[in-house]
Design a protein around this ligand. Structure first.
Ligand SMILES: O=P(O)(O)OC[C@H]1O[C@H](OP(=O)(O)OP(=O)(O)O)[C@H](O)[C@@H]1O
Ligand SMILES: Nc1nc2[nH]cnc2c(=O)[nH]1
Length: 182
């Protein structure tokens, strides 16, 4: 157990391990997307709130022309189980004809990422590549292929590195879970 300001927590990954995983994702993303021409910049779409941290780490390692936009959606609030997806902010720019790189902090049930991917395609995106900092090891009924995954985490409610536990803990330097959130 590691002391955190949320209480003693199980420490799954250190900040160094998360950063190394994000860099590995950047290498793979560069390989796939850097051949696109400068006339067609990739739209990096950050899924607020949590993905702000992974996007901030990932972007300086991506070497192709891009614009940055965001969506803000939420379905957990201060709970540890998800409800209906609430859309708060949609992308500012049109996605018609865009190649999108959709970046989120975690894939759990997959509802959030799948809904945003469907939205992008409905708005006219020609391709939506998906990247998550962590993927939860659990069965899921959603049919969604994630192209880039940083780390795998057990089926626990995790926090840190942008992920919150009841609104707090997004600044925790690594990935953790609280034993009482089993
Ligand atoms: O795969 P799913 O089960 O759909 O869950 C994944 C989503 O849940 C979290 O968002 P949350 O709703 O907590 O909003 P937040 O980013 O503002 O914390 C997380 O940031 C993902 O976007
Ligand atoms: N913070 C956080 N958000 C989530 N959204 C879906 N699963 C999780 C999780 O384990 N932690």
């Amino acid at each position: 157990m590691t002391p955190t300001h949320l209480g003693p927590a199980e420490h799954l990954f250190s900040a160094e391990e998360v950063e190394a995983a994000i860099q590995r994702m950047a290498v793979a993303i560069n390989k796939d997307l850097e051949h696109l021409t400068p006339h067609r910049p990739v739209v990096l779409l950050c899924v607020l709130t949590g993905a702000i941290v992974v996007v901030g780490q990932l972007m300086p390692h991506l070497h192709f022309p891009m614009t940055l936009d965001c969506v803000q959606v939420s379905r957990y609030g201060s709970e540890t189980s998800g409800g209906e997806l609430q859309w708060r902010t949609r992308p500012k720019e049109s996605l018609a004809g865009a190649v999108v790189l959709l970046v989120d902090d975690i894939l759990d049930e997959g509802i959030t990422l799948k809904s945003i991917q469907d939205y992008c395609m409905a708005e006219g995106a020609v391709a939506v590549h998906t990247a998550v900092m962590v993927r939860k090891m659990r069965p899921r009924s959603i049919d969604l292929q994630v192209d880039y995954v940083g780390l795998e985490v057990p089926d626990q409610f995790v926090f840190g590195y942008g992920l919150d536990a009841r609104g707090l803990g997004r600044n925790a330097p690594g990935i953790f879970f609280l034993p009482e959130d089993h």
